[in-house]
Design a protein around this ligand. Structure first.
Ligand code: SF4
Length: 247
């Protein structure tokens, strides 16, 4: 695959949030792409999982770049999220390349929020036009990952190594789901793995919240603030405290 400088290329978009403070550094224009290759139990946007749905809309690279340019004076950057942004890699690459070419948007940073379930060829396409990736690590243990997402995690962990080697791993995101990946053993193992494979990379630990999840996940209890701090203490046995945030 080669980067397409194609303003008429179309992508399938679930939603756009023109100003977001939770999708990377600073105030960001976030594009939620439709379609995901995982099927997470704790997904907060399950309507973005199917590729084919009447809720999504088709937009061109030019339309998105024009909208970003209009708001650029108020933005630090642009993030593509999902769904899973790497499932539409040629569109994301063309969008990011076009942002870099336009004087009004060239200064904006370009980030991807990803589940990491992709391959080297996709990262080869995306990394030349991407400043940083925020990577979800749902579980280090393959079987726990499968119970949480429907797939084992070999490709996620390979993406982690690839992104760190490329200097593009901006943040690791760990969602702790009670009964699935919250055991002391798993949290200690996760902290040790992240420190060994991505030293110096910030880690954001989030406790499961039932808001927006499917009915089958609403029975999962939401961890209390004290429980989230206890999770963080276990991860912090390996991850330096200054790199760890809890939300
Ligand atoms: S990777 Fe994200 S969008 Fe995809 S199913 Fe999991 S939580 Fe939902």
């Amino acid at each position: 695959m080669t980067v397409l400088h194609a303003p008429s290329l179309t992508g399938l978009v679930a939603d756009v949030v023109p100003f977001s403070w939770v999708d990377g550094p600073g105030n960001r224009y976030t594009v939620f792409l439709q379609g995901c290759n995982l099927n997470c139990l704790a997904c907060h946007n399950p309507h973005t999982i199917p590729r084919l749905t009447r809720r999504a809309r088709t937009v061109t690279v030019r339309e998105l770049v024009d909208d970003v340019a209009r708001l650029a004076p108020f933005l630090a950057g642009v993030t593509t999220s999902g769904g899973e942004a790497t499932q539409q890699p040629e569109f994301v690459a063309a969008f990011f390349a076009a942002l870099g070419e336009q004087p009004a948007t060239a200064a904006l940073t370009r980030f991807i929020d990803s589940n990491g379930m992709t391959d080297d060829a996709t990262w080869d396409l995306l990394l030349p036009v991407t400043d940083g990736v925020m990577l979800d690590v749902k579980a280090v243990d393959p079987e726990r990952h499968r119970r949480l997402t429907g797939s084992t995690n070999e490709r996620v962990l390979a993406s982690l190594d690839r992104l760190h080697a490329a200097g593009r791993l901006a943040q690791l995101r760990l969602l702790v789901v009670p009964g699935f990946n919250d055991s002391p053993d798993e949290l200690r193992r996760t902290g040790a793995y992240l420190t060994a494979h991505a030293p110096g990379v910030p880690v954001q630990l989030t406790g499961f919240r039932p808001h927006g999840v499917r009915s089958t996940a609403r029975r999962i209890p939401e961890p209390t603030g004290a429980q989230r701090q206890a999770y963080a203490a276990l991860v912090a046995e390996s991850v330096p405290a200054e790199l760890l945030t809890v939300v």
